[in-house]
Design a protein around this ligand. Structure first.
Ligand SMILES: [Fe+2]
Length: 573
């Protein structure tokens, strides 16, 4: 049985496909059309999923989308009627999107250029139920508490509950206009980071500041009856309406924070203006308040569910600083965050919602890694490589990891393109740029030569799973690079390029079973240097992560990367 899950008309459009409950493929549309966080319909991602499953669209048994415009309908109508003069533009855009969700069969047929007589059964899965399914149903837990927390989806911003076998019971939710994700986005805009997905930059800025505006943020987002409520005086999304536009396919959100925000904190920082200590302190206060609110919900959720296992999803689950503190601030003992915890992951959630909950099939799959995207054979890579003027050599598997490790140890910037592309925002050793974490200057070199990121943003370490305790204060696995832990005091000087200003690191734990080739590369590096850690950043230059060998080569050509390992081929300038 084939099930296709789709996230469409929402940021990070994506598709996923399962066969008899096993995940065959999951991928974001941005990797194909090269438009960051693109929305719209994920035509190329769907085509890839069908190709990976080796079927035509007519062979699909079920198709689902992670939107249900009829969910919470009475609240939406009530809200629209009371605010219509201010919200008409937004409501019109939402109605247009809702109509497309209703016509999913036609939209899918149009995207694939086939007739709309697609025999599959079509489903609409409410956004947060898709988020909850995307983590719990592919987690290693039979029973777990679940928290989905983001900006908004289907009029809800936060939903929590309990999962058991193939059931999910919703225990509570926070509805529009109240949203922790919106507070983070609004403050990011105020701090001069207005782009969709810029919240991660503010999280990186926070450790430079002190949370001296915590009281103000406690006023902006108040704890309320098991959840939270916004003080709407600080926001425009209700009083004036905030439009989301799709310029060139990538989403842009209008200004969310109100004049009251400016009265409280002073003039906003414009993008590109120098960062002052007030900006760092606001970021630190925001981060501290997000953690307070989240741990408050999680502590109550633990009380209610009596489960020591937690599954996390939603855009706020990309806040790896918060994730890394959960075990320290709540009674939970194990945390599962699916690699595509944000909206792209809802396509995966739809597949398993339909499989396990609608069709009542038993659970049979655990998502142990994120390598669910396109891959290319050495033969295909050779065809691409031969057309270039770079130095090139084919290597055995053993030579490949040894030479790559040697290049990293020699201070080279190494492109590393192997196997199937990652699902979710993090490069996890298949579409990565790798450098030596022992060299403090590598951060500036990487930024000057390739990444061009803001200098305050940290780079992340990949560490062999069995060595985590030697380097970090916590040891709970972090295979999707979605946990930030403190680096041990005596190791901070050993791996300065991946130790943030507050002594933390957003680590990826690498096991032999999840990624044998990447594991071998780090092991070879450890043999050369006695350090089982490398710096791992995504293979891109201000664009979506590269997907194909051609894109990897283009990036190599444009930037000042030193050496590129494409499958079993080594290329140099
Ligand atoms: Fe979401």
């Amino acid at each position: 049985m084939f099930i296709l899950g789709i996230n469409a008309y929402h940021g990070d459009a994506s598709a996923a496909i399962t066969k008899d409950g096993q995940l065959i493929a999951a991928v974001e549309e941005e990797r194909f059309n090269r438009k960051k966080h693109c929305a719209g319909f994920p035509s190329s991602a769907v085509r890839y999923c069908l190709q990976a499953a080796n079927i035509s669209v007519l062979e699909l048994d079920h198709v689902g989308i992670s939107r249900d415009p009829s969910a919470h309908l009475h609240k939406k109508i009530l809200f629209s009627i009371t605010r219509l003069p201010n919200l008409s533009g937004l409501i019109a855009a939402r109605l247009a999107n809702a109509a497309k969700v209703h016509d999913l069969r036609e939209e899918l047929a149009r995207a694939l250029g086939v007739s709309p007589d697609i025999p599959a059964k079509f489903h609409k899965v409410e956004h947060h139920r898709a988020h909850m399914a995307s983590c719990f149903l592919v987690s290693p837990f039979n029973r777990a508490a679940i928290l989905s927390i983001d900006g908004f989806g289907d009029f809800v911003s936060t939903m929590w509950g309990i999962g058991e076998n193939n059931h999910i019971d919703v225990l509570g939710q926070v509805e529009y206009p109240h949203s922790a994700g919106i507070v983070y986005t609004a403050t990011s805009q105020y701090l001069g980071f207005p782009k969709y997905g810029d919240e991660g930059k503010v999280m990186g800025l926070a450790p430079y500041g002190r949370p001296r505006y915590l009281e103000q943020f406690r006023e902006i987002i108040r704890t309320d009856n098991g959840g939270f409520k916004l003080n709407l005086d600080y926001f425009r999304h209700v009083s004036e309406g905030v439009d989301m536009t799709w310029e060139d396919g990538s989403p842009t959100i209008g200004r969310i924070f109100s004049e009251k925000f400016i009265e409280t904190f002073g003039p906003m920082r414009l993008p590109g203006e120098p960062l002052a200590s007030i900006h760092e302190d606001i970021a630190a206060s925001l981060q501290a308040r997000l953690e307070e609110v989240s741990f408050d919900i999680l502590n109550k959720l633990h009380q209610e569910t009596k489960s020591d296992q937690l599954c996390l999803a939603g855009g706020v689950a990309y806040n790896s600083v918060m994730n890394g503190k959960i075990l320290l601030n709540t009674p939970f003992r194990e945390v599962f965050v699916q690699p595509a915890a944000g909206d792209s992951g809802t396509a995966l959630g739809v597949c398993y919602y339909v499989h396990n909950i609608v069709l009542q099939q038993p659970r049979s799959f655990v998502m142990e890694h994120a390598y669910t995207g396109p891959e290319f054979t050495n033969g295909q890579i050779e065809g691409v490589v031969r057309r270039t003027d770079f130095g090139c050599r084919e290597l055995s598997d053993q030579e490949l990891t040894l030479l790559a490790a040697q290049a990293v140890a020699d201070g080279k910037i190494v492109g590393w393109f192997q196997g199937r592309m990652e699902f979710g925002p993090r490069a996890l050793g298949n579409r990565s740029i790798i450098v030596d974490p022992r060299r403090a200057q590598m951060k500036d070199i990487l930024n000057a030569r390739i990444k061009k990121r803001e200098p305050f943003r940290p780079f992340a370490p990949s560490v062999l799973e069995e060595c985590v305790a030697d380097y970090f204060e916590q040891t709970h696995p972090s295979p999707a690079m979605l946990m930030v832990y403190q680096v041990k005091q005596d190791k901070r000087a050993v791996i300065p390029a991946v130790t943030h200003v507050d002594g933390s690191g957003r680590l990826q734990t690498v096991s032999r079973s999840n990624n044998p080739r990447y594991y071998q590369l780090i092991s070879d590096f450890a043999r050369l240097t006695s350090v089982p850690v490398v710096l791992n950043t995504s293979f891109n230059e201000d664009e979506p992560i590269v997907c194909t060998p051609e894109e990897a080569l283009n990036c190599f050509q444009r930037t000042r990367m030193d050496v590129l390992f494409l499958g079993n081929y080594m290329l140099w300038r």
